[in-house]
Every structure is written in structure tokens, then in C-alpha cells.
Design a protein around this ligand. Structure first.
Ligand code: I3S
Length: 125
């Protein structure tokens, strides 16, 4: 089984609105700027759009805000990096750090689980 097959088997695809801020770029600390983006977990990566309509038109390069490669990334809950509740951090192999948050407890837990499962399924392949 390769990573793509595993992803299909455990059905990790997910999309919806999530608050996000990038806090480091290749290890260099950035000033926080929380934005709400339409977030899409496509199995291998996380993509961000302004809204769902933009995602539907994702063939238009301009609508995509950013993309996170989850291969080799880590994910963890954090209480120290924001005063907000339900915050988790993703750190990419390249040293980019992002915080994600939603006031909806279940939403955040579902996102955390789906992203962690994706990272685990990508493994070291
Ligand atoms: O880690 P910080 O500096 O307390 O993060 C806050 C700032 O990014 C703030 O913007 P200004 O630096 O322009 O004041 C944001 O408005 C806050 O939301 C940030 O804190 P939270 O606790 O919301 O992550």
C-alpha cells in the first residue's frame, strides 16, 4: 500500500472554514495575523482558499492562498502560543509553523484527527 491508497482507505478528505495564522517561515518568527480560510485536506496536503466558491474554481491559480505539504510534518495541541481556545500547531519539514483554531470544539478535534492521520499515513515514504 502506498500513501495515496492508505489515504483513500481511511477517507481523510475534509473541508471547511478554519482560523489560521503562520507564526514562522523556515524557522524565522513571524508576526501573528489570524485569518479565516476555506481549508481543504486533500489527503496529501492542506490547501487554503478565500471561500468555498474559490475552491470549486481551484483551476484558477489566483484563488488558492497557500498550500502546506504534510509529508514529514508534525502536529500538536498548544496552550501557550495563543490566548484562543482549541489551538493546534503544524510544523512542516521546511520549518514553517502554523496555528489553527476554531471556537467549535468538535470541528477542531475532527481537523486535528484527520490531519494527524494524514501525517501518519504519509510516514517516511
Ligand atoms: O502572540 P500575540 O502577540 O499575543 O498575538 C496576538 C497578536 O497577533 C495580535 O495582533 P497585534 O500584534 O497587531 O496586536 C492579534 O490581534 C491577537 O489575536 C494575537 O493573539 P491571540 O491570542 O489571538 O493568538
Amino acid at each position: 500500500e502506498n500513501a495515496v491508497t492508505k489515504n483513500i482507505l481511511v477517507n481523510l478528505n475534509k473541508e471547511g472554514f478554519l482560523n489560521k495564522t503562520k507564526i514562522a517561515d523556515r524557522g524565522k518568527k513571524l508576526r501573528k495575523n489570524w485569518v479565516t480560510s476555506y481549508t481543504v485536506l486533500s489527503g496529501l496536503k492542506l490547501e487554503f482558499y478565500k471561500d468555498a466558491k474559490d475552491q470549486a474554481a481551484s483551476n484558477l491559480k489566483s484563488s488558492k492562498l497557500e498550500c502546506i505539504d504534510l509529508h514529514g510534518a508534525s502536529i500538536e495541541w498548544t496552550n501557550e502560543k495563543s490566548s484562543r481556545k482549541n489551538v493546534f500547531q503544524i510544523t512542516t519539514l521546511s520549518g514553517n509553523e502554523f496555528l489553527f483554531q476554531s471556537d467549535a470544539d468538535i470541528t477542531v478535534q475532527e481537523w486535528f484527527r484527520a490531519i494527524r492521520n494524514t501525517i501518519d499515513s504519509l510516514g517516511t515514504e
